[in-house]
Design a binder for this molecule. Structure first.
Ligand code: ATP
Ligand code: ZN
Ligand code: MG
Ligand code: MG
Length: 471
């Protein structure tokens, strides 16, 4: 990629979140992730080009020095900051505008700084040999997978119903989504195959912003916010069918839709369970704590026939969960420590740098977080370290997992061959090789702490008011 000769025609709209917009290169496996601003600031960028550069450099540093150590470097791509010609960025923004979903257009793409984060395109893996069907990539935003400890929360309901499930009621009550999703993160993070299957099935039924499916780099399945229609599951199944023609699927020679869906969920669940990397990191065994089952989940506890398997060590889900659990005090227990830090910064503004409130996210920052005392010694250093831990946990609660499924090419799909060996092989779904990455790993700013407290209060009181009785 030659940065001085950029052509907007080489790039196309790929997707966006709340904070950034992503374009992908039409040939190379690269994406550019650009910042977004509220539309009312469009004439007046909220930060200078240098500040934007710093913000993106902070993302790179945070990802490579902090998150990568916690989640495992195998899963994490930190990318690099690039400076793009402003004319290119302007033309690009015009070119992609009509492809953006209307509900995301309350924000505009940053066309002033010329800075972007350049990352590998995780939906277009580099293939070593041609495959019969294009790779499938499944993006899951799993959200928080544990219940807070009763020690720190003021409302007992928070120890029984998980944050995601309560938030669903709030979002439906506020019209953000028309229907509640029956996905519960505690099921996905359980490591129990049946519970994981149940969770993934509900992600597919109501994907909201927690599931997207890409085929050959194109998004083929996702939700539209506020829309009355559910996304078209039949169209997804139509895309998936050619991938699951083998396996134990046939009724009178016909592969049923239910079987295709089951195989897909099974392959995805296995990919999530098998993804392990790096060393170190203990499994957090939560089975004895009673903090691993959410009362709002419709998964019937009696159905856990084989006991809870738990997550394997170094598995991607267990790494994400452990990192989320750096939030050990809950927002309610953390808030007084946040106030201690804020008060100190008001009295001694210069300490902002020493406490590394806005970075740099270097080795030293990671050490502060990892060597944080167990007991509060009333120091501002302790409070700052707990706030850092909380912010890292927030990143892990907001990140996405990208699972790549590459169909293997060695086995031939041969309907007529019923030799015993072939038939044996046919009793499992088509073989895929899978890999897993984590994306969306921005550091959260300090002022997200008071916002989180307010949101938490709103969500909990809404849940208690409606009694969790919404459809
Ligand atoms: P959120 O609102 O979830 O915080 P965000 O604004 O921080 O999102 P991202 O999640 O990083 O933005 O990116 C938006 C979307 O772009 C992702 O959901 C994903 O579909 C796509 N995307 C981001 N990075 C990549 C990548 N490296 N390769 C392929 N697709 C990507
Ligand atoms: Zn739940
Ligand atoms: Mg995202
Ligand atoms: Mg994000």
């Amino acid at each position: 990629m030659e940065l001085d000769r950029m052509d907007e025609n080489d790039w196309k709209y790929h997707g966006e979140g709340n904070k950034s917009l992503v374009v992908s290169h039409v040939q190379h496996c690269r994406v550019l992730r650009l910042l977004k601003y509220p539309a009312e600031d469009s004439e007046n960028p909220p930060q200078t080009a240098e500040q934007a550069f710093r913000q993106i450099q902070n993302i790179v540093d945070f990802t490579s020095n902090v998150i990568s150590c916690l989640l495992g470097e195998k899963f994490v791509h930190s990318g690099e900051v690039v400076r793009l010609p402003l004319e290119f960025v302007r033309q690009l923004s015009i070119k992609i505008q009509h492809q953006r979903p209307a509900w995301r257009c309350d924000k505009v793409m940053d066309i002033y700084s010329g800075c972007a984060l350049c990352l590998p395109n995780l939906t277009s893996p580099t293939l070593h040999q041609p495959t019969p069907t294009p790779p499938l990539c499944i993006e899951i935003k799993p959200k928080c997978g544990f219940l807070p400890s009763p020690k720190h929360v003021s409302k007992d309901i928070k120890t029984r119903v998980c944050r995601y499930c309560m938030h669903q009621h709030y979002k439906v009550a506020n019209g953000k989504w028309k229907r509640r999703s029956l996905y519960c993160p505690l099921d996905l993070f359980s490591g129990n195959k049946q519970r994981m299957h149940f969770a993934i099935r509900h992600l597919i039924e109501e994907p909201q912003n927690n599931l997207k499916v890409f085929k050959g780099g194109q998004c083929i399945y996702s939700s539209k916010e506020g829309s009355d229609e559910s996304p078209d599951t039949n169209s997804l199944l139509h895309h998936l069918r050619p991938y699951f023609l083998r396996g134990n699927n046939r009724v009178n020679g016909h592969v049923t839709t239910k079987a295709v869906l089951n195989d897909f969920i099974q392959v995805l669940g296995n990919a999530l369970l098998s993804a392990a990397g790096g060393d170190g990191g203990q499994v957090t065994d939560r089975t004895g704590e009673g903090r691993s089952f959410c009362e709002a989940s419709l998964f019937n506890k009696e159905r856990i026939r084989h006991g809870s398997q738990g997550l394997p060590t170094n598995n991607i889900l267990s790494r994400i969960l452990q990192t989320q659990m750096l939030d050990s005090l809950d927002i309610e227990g953390l808030y007084p420590l946040y106030c201690r830090v804020e008060q100190h910064l008001q009295d001694f503004p210069k300490d902002r740098t020493g406490l590394q409130i806005d970075g740099p996210y270097d080795q030293n920052f990671l050490e502060k977080v990892q060597k944080c005392l167990m007991e509060d010694d009333d120091s501002v250093e302790y409070a700052a370290a707990k706030v850092h831990q909380y912010r890292i946990a927030m990143t892990a609660k907001d990140c996405s997992i990208m699972v790549t499924l590459v169909p293997s090419s060695e086995e031939e799909d041969d309907d007529e061959d019923l030799s015993s060996q072939k038939r044996l092989r046919d009793f499992r779904p088509q073989a895929f090789s899978s890999s897993v990455s984590v994306l969306d790993l921005d550091p959260k700013p300090l002022d997200s702490v008071p916002r989180q407290l307010r949101l938490d209060q709103k969500i909990v009181s809404c849940y208690l008011r409606t009694g969790g009785t919404l459809p």
